[in-house]
Design a protein around this ligand. Structure first.
Ligand code: 4AD
Ligand code: MG
Length: 456
């Protein structure tokens, strides 16, 4: 059997000359005329379909009567300029073969299903135009992430998925265990001889590598058992976490800003066809929003200044905000969408609402934290300069109720050649939400895991 021409649909969009070829793809529509038929085929390589014309004298034509939307076929033929409207090229079939017919109850025969309905058939939704577009963009952005850091000589480090520590100290941990469910739990008898969890962040391990190799990044799955059923939280999500030796908070904010802008610019330059589609069906302001981030400097603002602005805001918030409380999404969005009309980096948060590892500022009240807020999504990035002073760090750990003996390995980085260093985490799904305009995190991750929901 002839091999698949993976580039064909893209070729058909850009090329000048005809060629003989083979396409293996899924049928989107079929239209039959008297002695020929049209098939619209899609293989996921891009949004566009390829139109196939097959005459009734060609081998395989008699299969057509059984072919419906969703069937998988192979067509051998010649790509020629199309006289019809809507496509530059079409494939004149010499032969049609069927891989698999599609049963009559195929749920995606019609267009325009709601996202909620498609979530119920998450195993089939990659076959829709919308999810094809989202997951192609997700793929491109994954590549852009590596490109950004590799161009800057950052080392990609694989931090563990199973850990024994809670980086964020929020207790939102999924346990990893092989202990029987029905017996009284004894940690020392468990698989690792202690309690272990799915990681909430690769940061602490990232710091171990940054304090040896200077600039590193991780990009992997992270897990949080926070029971917040929001459109921006998933129990399993992907995070990009760079960690840089010799970076202070300013350097950290600059890198985060450069990184976000790079990703958005990358999408604008590499995903036009899919973005055009999303503009039409999901968010008509998509380009405005992306240019908004690609084209201007981010506003930097201390937490204290933000509280003042929010206090004076002429807007009713569901949650009142006062010094010492964490911002809610409505506050974050007010700052960047209404007040500044640009992405905002908030820094120097009260130590009471941030984890143990953040560097204490000289005022004794705040820590060198920073969050990047973008319109539509709110918090996209969270990071900080890390506490590099051994005595201050151990004090912080005590305050947060952490056992320093269990973190001896972390403290060793402060004991042996400690350096100022910083890092941040960018939630990959939030980035994809921002870029695509898709407003629910469940629709930008292939297999969403949220409270009470883990299909497959
Ligand atoms: O602000 P967070 O909790 O920061 C950390 O985990 C740090 N250890 C990162 C670091 O400094 N290396 O999470 C970072 C980002 C958030 O800004 C958000 O974009 C995303 O991760 N995030 C989530 N995304 C989806 N679902 C969730 N439940 C998320 N929790 C955080
Ligand atoms: Mg955060």
């Amino acid at each position: 059997m002839q091999s698949q021409d993976r580039e064909l649909i893209k070729y058909a969009l850009t090329s000048e000359s005809s060629r003989t070829t083979c396409i293996k793809a899924w049928v989107r529509t079929k239209r039959e005329s008297k002695n020929f038929a049209f098939l619209e085929l899609n293989d996921g390589s891009c949004l566009a379909n390829l139109q196939v014309i097959i005459n009734d004298d060609k081998p395989g034509y008699d299969c057509l009567k059984d072919i419906s939307t969703g069937a998988a076929v192979c067509v051998l033929g010649t790509l020629v300029e199309s006289p019809g409207k809507g496509q530059k090229w079409e494939l004149h079939a010499d032969k049609l073969e069927v891989y698999g017919l599609s049963a009559p109850d195929y749920p995606l025969q019609k267009k325009g299903h709601s996202l909620e309905f498609l979530r119920e058939i998450a195993h089939l939704r990659p076959r829709t135009n919308l999810f094809g577009a989202v997951f192609r963009i997700r793929n491109q952005l994954s590549y852009a992430v590596h490109q950004f850091f590799q161009e800057r000589d950052f080392l990609y480090v694989h931090t563990p998925i199973i850990t024994a520590s809670d980086c964020e100290g929020a207790g939102e941990l999924f346990r990893v265990s092989t202990a029987p469910l029905d017996k009284k739990y004894q940690a020392e008898k468990d698989f690792f001889g202690r309690q272990t969890y799915l990681t909430v962040s690769g940061q602490l391990e990232g710091e171990l590598f940054a304090t040896a190799l200077s600039n590193v990044y991780t990009f992997g799955p992270t897990f949080r058992a926070e029971n917040s059923n929001t459109a921006r939280h998933a129990a399993e999500f992907w995070m990009i976490e760079p960690e840089m030796a010799f970076y202070d908070l300013q350097d950290n904010m600059q890198l985060a800003e450069d990184f976000v802008r790079y990703c958005v610019t990358y999408a604008l330059e590499h995903a036009k066809q899919d973005l055009d589609f999303l503009q039409k069906f999901v968010d008509k302001n998509i380009y405005e929003r992306l240019e908004f981030v690609a084209g201007q400097d981010f506003q930097r603002l201390s937490y204290t200044e933000a509280i003042e602005i929010l206090g004076k805001a002429k807007q009713d918030f569901d949650y009142q905000i006062a010094y010492g409380s964490d911002l809610q999404t409505e506050h974050e969005r007010y700052l960047c969408e209404t007040h500044f009309k640009k992405p905002v980096i908030l820094y120097n948060y009260p130590d009471t609402i941030k984890p143990f590892y953040m560097r204490r500022n000289d005022d004794g009240k705040t820590v060198a934290a920073m969050d990047v807020l973008v319109p539509g999504v709110g918090e996209l990035v969270g990071g900080s300069q890390r506490e590099e002073r051994l005595d201050v760090l151990t004090e912080n750990m005590e305050k947060h109720g952490l056992n320093r003996d269990e973190y001896f390995w972390y403290l060793d980085t402060r004991k042996y050649g400690s350096v100022p260093h910083s890092g941040f985490g960018l939630g990959f799904e939030r980035l994809i939400m921002f870029i695509t305009g898709v407003s629910n995190i469940r629709d930008v991750i292939p297999f969403p895991r949220t409270p009470k929901n883990c299909e497959f």
